[in-house]
Design a protein around this ligand. Structure first.
Ligand SMILES: Nc1ncnc2c1ncn2[C@@H]1O[C@H](COP(=O)(O)OP(=O)(O)OP(=O)(O)O)[C@@H](O)[C@H]1O
Ligand SMILES: [Mg+2]
Length: 324
């Protein structure tokens, strides 16, 4: 177990539905992108959220920082229900809840200099009085992410992907938020740059002491930067465990599948990916029972009837599977 025990974010039965168009006849339908998800993140804790593309990670992250409203369910931030906040109250929340997006090429306004980008949040929240003060704060934020004062007057297109992501991180942290969602912060970058950004985030966590949810489809990324990992499959959490415990003893068959697909540089240690027969089910037409059943080697008739509840099988280790 880890040392954190003061909840900063509590998510209860979160549901997000999207309207979509289905099939040849273009019928209207709804999908549940996030489906009855509950979890707690404690102050200071680094939590990873992993799962395949389209499983609902970004939607969950956006709802947590209230860039999106949930269809149902509650988000309690620092003891307050923020699920349906609007207007000025929601705007005030931006100071404490921030998000870093996957693509640093589209998340920075190309017409603003780095200084303008960093200055904006300071102006919105009236953080500094004089322009000299603003400049000092912006400069400190920039230096903290490894950039230099001469970069302040440049435009986003003058930077590499890794540098742009550093600017996006500086912008997210400049207000000293309490909680940050990092949505695939390295997946748009070259492999060589990814490690630098991951190390930067690790160091910034110490200096800025913020709590974060790190979203990635890559288990090795979340392993490096998380105390606890949550595994998501088709909008549902299927396993939650402290990082070391999850790697020592993954319990859900889907987590095991994800583990077996981590590339291993040593060919002797490379585990063979166990392919499961059957199609990957669609959110438009989810199976009646456990959504993983059609791909699961442990499938029993029970699995085709109901979705197993996420239950604690060991202290801090939760799993949604009848066979565990
Ligand atoms: N605005 C939207 N309107 C309709 N459907 C949406 C919308 N946003 C997301 N979805 C759908 O919701 C599901 C979850 O999407 P989401 O972006 O949260 O997944 P993700 O896990 O972040 O995937 P990725 O790893 O590819 O980023 C997907 O099926 C997606 O197509
Ligand atoms: Mg995403």
């Amino acid at each position: 177990m880890n040392q954190y025990n003061n909840p900063i974010i509590e998510v209860k039965n979160l549901l997000k539905e999207f309207d979509v168009i289905k099939g040849f006849w273009a019928k209207k339908a709804k999908i549940k992108a996030v489906n009855d998800v509950s979890f707690t993140i404690n102050e200071g804790e680094a939590v990873g959220l992993v799962g395949e593309s389209g499983c609902g990670k970004t939607t969950t992250g956006r709802i947590l920082v209230r860039l999106m409203e949930p269809t149902a369910g509650k988000i309690i931030f620092a003891g307050k229900d923020i699920s349906i906040l609007k207007g000025n109250k929601l705007k005030q929340l931006r100071r404490e809840l921030q998000m870093v997006f996957q693509d640093p090429f589209s998340s920075l306004n190309p017409r603003m200099t780095v200084y303008d980008i960093l200055k904006r949040p300071l102006e919105i929240f009236k953080i500094a009085k004089t322009s000299e003060e603003k400049k000092q704060i912006a400069l400190k934020a920039l230096q903290d992410v490894g950039l230099k004062s001469e970069h302040l007057t440049r435009y986003p297109h003058e930077f590499s992907g890794g540098q742009r992501q550093r600017i996006a991180i500086a912008r997210a942290l400049i207000l000293k938020p309490r909680f940050v969602v990092l949505d695939e912060p390295t997946s748009a970058l070259d492999v060589s740059v990814q490690a630098q950004i991951l190390n930067l985030l690790r160091n910034l966590r110490k200096e800025y002491s913020f709590t974060y949810l790190l979203i990635s489809h890559d288990l090795s990324v979340v392993r490096f930067l998380s105390d606890k990992i949550m595994v998501m499959y088709m909008g549902k959490l299927v396993e939650v465990a402290p990082t070391s415990e999850l790697f020592k003893e993954p319990l859900h068959p889907y987590t095991k599948l994800l583990m077996s697909s981590i590339p291993n540089p040593n060919p002797r240690n490379r585990k063979k990916l166990k392919l499961i027969e059957g199609d990957i089910p669609s959110l438009l037409n989810p199976p009646p029972g456990c959504f993983f059943a059609p791909r699961c080697p442990l499938r029993t008739p029970e699995c085709d009837k109901t979705f197993p509840k996420l239950r604690e099988v060991k202290k801090g280790h939760l799993v949604a599977c009848f066979k565990v």
